[in-house]
Structure formats: structure tokens, C-alpha cells
Design a protein around this ligand. Structure first.
Ligand SMILES: Nc1ncnc2c1ncn2[C@@H]1O[C@H](COP(=O)(O)OP(=O)(O)OP(=O)(O)O)[C@@H](O)[C@H]1O
Length: 220
């Protein structure tokens, strides 16, 4: 087990920064005037009630949608102009796995799709780190929800850059062992200077992760 996470020095350049950010979905203005930063080494927990706009904010950060107003920058560049970028990883609600492929093939496919082809050994080791060593060759359609989530999250285990991870409800369907394994990945990432912006309806292990919280219910 890794030691509790120590937040970075404030001098580190932010991986993500938002100013005057506003978001509209349909005819609803979800938030406006939002400003925040996520710096290297930080784990940031985005909170708020159902429908408050957490996923919408992560989509802005991932460059999958444009803000109604204001700006959101990844490494100083507008997020919406750099949706495909090796300096960040986005894992959404959906696992995006192929039912007909095995766990190994599905993870290989995901990695290639995101421009991160990996050796068979690296893919195996990533699945092992998520506790899937016994299920490597199983078809995705035969896996439980928690096992599918583990395959999708194994994508993080091949990363070794201090990049930005944007994770929407990554703990969904995980049991205590899966949560612990994911926390190990998050802590290792923060320790190498990477940053994490995540949502979770489950309470986080705040003692280990020492997350900084952004609560949309307290924002404009
Ligand atoms: N495609 C869409 N078109 C119109 N409105 C949408 C669309 N997607 C989401 N919304 C609305 O935007 C609001 C924010 O949704 P969002 O998914 O960002 O919330 P959330 O905070 O992630 O919620 P939850 O905690 O339930 O996951 C909701 O009121 C939702 O109904």
C-alpha cells in the first residue's frame, strides 16, 4: 500500500484551468462563472447532487463539448481544440468495451483507439493490476459489471506520464478490492506528478487520497 498522498506545491503549472466557465444543457444553464484549477499531483473530487452538471463539466474538460461562456484550458490550450491528446485520459460512465472480444483484446483495442498501443505483456500486466489475471481470455459479454469496469480502468495501469486523468464515476460497480486497486493507481499517478479530476457518488478514501473537493452545489 502506498503512503497517504501529499498535495503538490502551489507553484506547479495547472493541468486544467477554468475561468468564467458557464455550461448549458438544453434550455438549462447548469453553472456560470466557475473558476478552478487542477495542478500536477492533485486528486480533485468533483461533487454535487444528481443532475447538477458534473458529467457536463467533465465533458467540457475533455473537449467533448464547448462552454456557453468562459474558457477551460488543458495545459494552457482550449480543451475543445485538443480532444485527442496524449496528455490526458478520459474515462466516461460507459466502459466502451467490445462484447465479442476478450478482456485482453478489448483493452488492446481501447488503447490503440486512443493512440496508446501497448505490448501484450504490458496489457496483461495492466489487467493483473486490476485483479483480472483469471479473466484475461474471457469474452467481455461474460464478465460482471464490476469486472467490465476493471477492464476499462486497466487502461490507467499502462500510463506512466504525469498526465491529466478525467474520470466519470470510476468507482461504479467496484467492490472493496477494486476500489483499493483503483486508489493505488490514482496515488501512483499523483506521486509522479499526474493529476486527476473525478466524480464519485461513493465517499472517497479521503485519508489515503487526500482529495481536494469542488462542490458544484456551492457554486453559482
Ligand atoms: N443531452 C442532453 N440534452 C439536454 N439536457 C441534458 C443532456 N444531458 C444531460 N442533460 C441535463 O443536464 C443536467 C446535468 O447533467 P449531468 O449529467 O451533467 O449531471 P451530473 O451532475 O453528472 O448528474 P448525476 O450525478 O446524476 O450523474 C441534467 O439536468 C440533465 O438532465
Amino acid at each position: 500500500m502506498l503512503s497517504p498522498h501529499v498535495p503538490p506545491s502551489p507553484a506547479a503549472a495547472p493541468h486544467l484551468s477554468a475561468t468564467g466557465l458557464a455550461c448549458r444543457r438544453g434550455n438549462r444553464l447548469l453553472f456560470k462563472g466557475l473558476a478552478f484549477e487542477v495542478a500536477g499531483g492533485e486528486i480533485v473530487w468533483l461533487r454535487g447532487r444528481n443532475g447538477r452538471g458534473k458529467t457536463s463539466l467533465l465533458r467540457l474538460a475533455a473537449g467533448l463539448a464547448r462552454p456557453e461562456d468562459g474558457e477551460i484550458l488543458r495545459d494552457g490550450v482550449a480543451a475543445s481544440t485538443s480532444a485527442v491528446d496524449r496528455r490526458f485520459v478520459f474515462i466516461g460512465h460507459a466502459n466502451a468495451l467490445k462484447d465479442d472480444l476478450s478482456a485482453t483484446e478489448s483493452l488492446q483495442f481501447l488503447l490503440r483507439l486512443h493512440g496508446r498501443p501497448c505490448s501484450a505483456a504490458a496489457v496483461q500486466s495492466a489487467l493483473d493490476r486490476m485483479g483480472l489475471q483469471g479473466r484475461r481470455t474471457a469474452a467481455v459479454r461474460t464478465l460482471s459489471q464490476g469486472q467490465r469496469r476493471r477492464v476499462a480502468l486497466a487502461r490507467l495501469a499502462v500510463e506512466d506520464e504525469p498526465s491529466l486523468w478525467i474520470l466519470d464515476e470510476p468507482y461504479d460497480a467496484l467492490d472493496a478490492d477494486g476500489i483499493e486497486r483503483l486508489n493505488d493507481l490514482l496515488l501512483a499517478h499523483a506521486a509522479r506528478g499526474g493529476s486527476v479530476l473525478l466524480t464519485s457518488h461513493l465517499e472517497l478514501d479521503t485519508v489515503r487520497l487526500r482529495p481536494r473537493e469542488i462542490d458544484l452545489d456551492r457554486c453559482a
